[in-house]
Design a protein around this ligand. Structure first.
Ligand code: GDP
Ligand code: IMO
Ligand code: MG
Length: 431
């Protein structure tokens, strides 16, 4: 089962995986890097994970970081230490030897690139993830396996660094990176990561063959997808499950995937730049952003702390995402955040030069021009955070969910009414 973000990221994927992992044997991250930030609130505390799968809180589960992930060793080692300090067992964490590694030049180039883009900056997380995937595709990436032996690492760094230093000095006019600085650091990372390195594909396939559930944890959102997202304001990997994404990222076949669950917020957010048709700039945006702010739970980026842009649910973009992901079920999160709203809007179509359209245009300039057509629904103005069954939801909330199912053409199987593991309404069990 794959769990993907349906919008522009931060839909609550970590929270949903933490809940669903109860019934899985293996939980795997398959894409992206530490541009992701997944918040988990459970009986062990509150955690923000960037690379470690959200199944780590169940000591008996195997958690794997797949070949499709871009790994910053310093971030991963820091995350493991942070978990261990809180008595979370990390002994069943396995890192693919085929995963690409984020090197110092990736972080530097990410930042230099953004500066060079000026007003057209993407608003990346600055973690070097995009340049790492660029190098992977250009076939000059350094992989986890290369960190394990000096005789492999020396020639790899030498070859890549010579090229990258020419780019750094020539294209950007910045200072070159010294070989000794990165070699010493990365060979040391290799030593510390070695106990975690293993054959992820075998682990996943083995569990699958035995009939155990495997949960693939997506990162980012489908509208940030390199192929299907709001290009060029996207990330450099394939967060969606369409074609290559999830199966490729752990080394299984597409037919091994039985179900794809899309996580959607009850409204929309986006962090970073790029088209956002339903974006709000009024007090409603502030109200939604600052819900739970006093507990550090407002709409502020988990990875960068940036305030998230806020808008009403965009059913046009969301339905597009349902279709290209082949979604079988939706998990609708943050329903409780709408509790105090007198009315709730859903964008059901766009107006473009006097015409009504209900598909997502490819061109950025067109996407920036469309105007949302809204349907207004009455709010419920009752707290929902303690509700655990669909029938106990206020009738207006039930009507909102039914309308979301109709517009997105997909059943809502899970509703989240708070950040904690148990704050959920399970309409249909996913496993
Ligand atoms: P992810 O990147 O998709 O895992 O999502 P993030 O963790 O970046 O952002 C989601 C935020 O919403 C986190 O702060 C979660 O703790 C929180 N969250 C998740 N589900 C719910 C919910 O149903 N209600 C509320 N109030 N918060 C939620
Ligand atoms: P999770 O897994 C939200 C966004 C960045 C930027 C664009 C490109 O927590 O949902 P990048 O650093 O990837 O090159 O930035 O993608 N972005 C995310 N936004 N949630 C994420 O992950 C994101 N990962 C990347 O803000 O707009
Ligand atoms: Mg996040």
């Amino acid at each position: 089962v794959v769990v993907v973000g349906g919008q522009w990221g931060d839909e609550g994927k970590g929270r949903i995986v933490d809940l669903l992992a109860r019934k899985a044997r293996v939980v795997a991250r398959y894409s992206a890097g530490n541009n992701a930030g997944h918040t988990i609130v459970n009986d062990r505390g509150e955690f923000k994970l960037h690379l470690v799968p959200a199944g780590i809180f169940y000591p008996e589960k195997t958690c794997v970081i797949g070949n499709g992930v871009a790994v910053d060793p310093e971030v991963l080692l820091g995350e493991i230490e942070g978990l261990q300090a809180k008595q979370i067992d990390t002994s069943k964490l396995v890192l693919s030897d085929r995963a690409n590694v984020i090197m110092p030049w990736h972080r530097l180039i990410d930042q230099l690139d953004e500066k060079q883009r000026g007003d057209a900056a993407i608003g990346t997380t600055g973690k070097g993830v995009g340049p790492c995937f660029t190098d992977k595709v250009a076939r000059r990436g350094i992989r986890v396996a290369d960190l394990l032996r000096a005789e492999d690492l020396v020639p790899r760094i030498k070859a890549v660094l010579e090229y990258q230093n020419r780019v750094i000095t020539g294209v950007y006019g910045a200072d070159p990176i010294r070989f000794d600085d990165c070699f010493d650091t990365y060979i040391e990372y290799g030593k510390r990561l070695a106990p975690f390195v293993g054959d992820v594909q075998e682990i996943v396939l083995d569990a699958h063959r035995r009939g155990d559930h495997v949960l693939l944890e997506g990162a980012q959102g489908s509208l940030l997808d390199l192929d299907h997202g709001t290009y060029p304001y996207v990330t450099s990997s394939v967060p969606s499950s369409s074609s290559s994404g999830a199966a490729l990222g752990v080394g299984i076949g597409p037919t091994d995937i039985s179900r794809v669950v899309g996580v959607f917020k009850s409204y929309s957010t986006r962090v970073g730049n790029g088209p956002f048709p339903t974006e709000l700039f009024d007090v409603v945006a502030d109200q939604l952003r600052d819900h739970g702010k006093e507990f550090g739970r407002g709409e502020y980026g988990t990875t960068t702390g940036r305030p998230r842009r806020i808008g009403w649910l965009d059913a046009v973009a969301a339905r597009y995402s349902v279709r290209f992901n082949g979604l079988a079920a939706l998990a609708l999160t943050r329903l409780d955040v709408l509790d105090s709203m007198p009315t709730i809007k859903i964008c059901t179509a766009y107006e473009l030069d006097g015409q009504i359209i209900d598909t997502l245009p490819a061109r950025e300039s067109v996407l920036n021009k469309v105007r949302p057509v809204y349907e207004e629904l009455p709010g419920w103005q009752t707290p929902t955070e303690h509700v655990r069954s669909f029938d106990d939801l206020p009738p207006q909330a039930q009507a909102f969910i039914k309308r979301v199912e109709q517009l997105l053409e997909c059943p809502v199987d899970l509703i989240s009414v708070g950040p904690s593991r148990e704050q959920a309404v399970i309409v249909n069990p996913i496993f």
